[in-house]
Ligand binder design. Structure first.
Ligand SMILES: *Cc1c(COP(=O)(O)O)cnc(C)c1O
Length: 387
């Protein structure tokens, strides 16, 4: 194999997760799949066709560069929405290619209007409202001015959406903050409607909000992490199990991981007891040890903090990463594996035999979230669909 590792994507898992999330929504709400962060590390170009096969026809990205990739990959009828970065110069591209985008500053509002005027084609915009997260969005005061501007420029600006984002719907710590955001959003949307700005979609819900605050589902949802088989937080996973218990149904996890990350044994050596492994002195063999090297290191997204901490699967057994994770390699202790040899499959994330290495078990060790670990998987690792 040309590359040192590869990522395998499971289409059935994706289908299962989308179905699970859709089951929470009344018919009629539009399903937008969030594919920012290179589709949470899964690969934009790989995920879009898989999702389209599950009847997903709306994708949300962060930046215009992701939108360009999505537009190239998606079928012509599929809709794409930019939730974050688009520079003035790229607004023309977005309008010409029927890509909608968030507007949360006057600068962008006027740029959209002027570009639309020049192109003689209206811009599809989503007004983002500041409801309490304090990141981006128009607050109540600014909204008056925006509505006034829109009233004068109806021909050039099509308000496809009015939206907001919650400041942590995945944690009960934020309960009252989210409740206030919902109220603020609803009152600002009513104000807009009263002034004649009626959006096609009111949208606010991420994965956690769909699961815990059903009233936030409205006309469109922006579901990210759950599509890929991850709970937005451990708390939501636990909530699911508690709900199952109350209903008297067996507590199984309804979400399936879409991604597996695999590599291969590059070399096998025997090291006597009392020797240090790899750089430095962080690992001393306490017995005659058979070691194998795997051609994946921090340069490939395998965190250095997993030195002497990580585990991988070989021959269906969980084995330890020993010594420091290097840029391109790690060393694993394969003493207890029968006849390890060059070319054997090594699973860094995913299943092998009866065992599973989950991304969240990495997270526990390195203190980072699923979101962060997934998006750190380098774009250059090849992705393909599993058989
Ligand atoms: C990332 C993001 C989402 C999706 O969040 P998940 O927790 O992954 O479902 C939705 N809306 C916005 C604005 C986002 O940035």
């Amino acid at each position: 194999m040309l590359h040192t590792s590869f990522i395998e994507l499971n289409p059935e898992a994706l289908q299962n997760n989308i179905r699970y999330m859709r089951d929470h929504m009344a018919k009629g709400a539009r399903y937008s799949m969030v594919i920012k962060g290179n589709a949470y590390g899964h690969g934009i170009e790989n995920i879009i066709p898989m999702a389209e096969a599950c009847d997903v026809d709306h994708f949300s990205v962060f930046s215009v560069s992701e939108a360009i990739r999505a537009r190239k990959t998606a079928s012509a009828e599929t809709e794409i929405m930019i939730m974050g970065w688009i520079d003035r110069e790229e607004i023309e591209w977005a309008i010409q290619n029927d890509v909608s985008f968030y507007v949360f500053t006057f600068d962008r509002l006027t740029a959209a209007c002027n570009t639309a005027k020049r192109l003689k084609k209206s811009a599809s915009i989503h007004l983002e409202l500041e409801t309490g997260m304090h990141r981006t969005g128009f607050n109540g005061k600014e909204l008056d001015k925006v509505l006034h501007y829109l009233a004068r420029n109806r021909k050039h600006l099509y308000v496809e959406g009015i939206c907001t984002h919650y400041a942590g719907a995945e944690s009960i710590n934020n309960y009252s903050r989210i409740r206030e955001q919902i109220d603020t959003f609803n009152s600002l949307v009513n104000k807009s409607i009263n002034e004649g700005v009626v959006p096609k979609y009111r949208h606010t819900a991420c994965s956690a909000a769909v699961l815990r605050y059903p009233e936030t589902i409205m006309d469109l949802v922006r579901v990210g992490i759950a599509n890929y088989g991850f709970w937005p937080s451990e708390e939501l996973r636990m909530n699911h199990f508690i709900d199952s218990e109350k209903k008297g149904v067996p507590p199984t996890d309804p979400l399936d991981r879409v991604l597996a990350w695999k590599s291969t044994v590059m070399s096998v050596n025997v090291v006597p007891a009392g020797e240090y492994i790899s750089y430095g002195k962080s690992y001393l063999t306490n017995r005659d040890t058979t070691i194998a090297t795997v051609p994946v290191g921090y340069g490939y997204g395998y965190a250095r903090t997993l030195s002497n901490m990580g585990h991988v699967l070989l021959h269906g057994k969980r084995v330890k990463v020993i010594g420091s994770v290097n840029m391109n390699m790690m060393v694993i202790d394969v003493t207890d594996v029968k006849k390890p040899k060059i070319g054997d499959e090594v699973v860094l994330i995913g299943k092998q035999g009866d065992l599973n290495i989950s991304v969240s078990s990495f997270g526990d060790m390195t203190n980072s979230l699923n979101y962060e670990l997934l998006t750190r998987l380098p774009g250059h690792i090849p992705r393909h669909i599993s058989e």
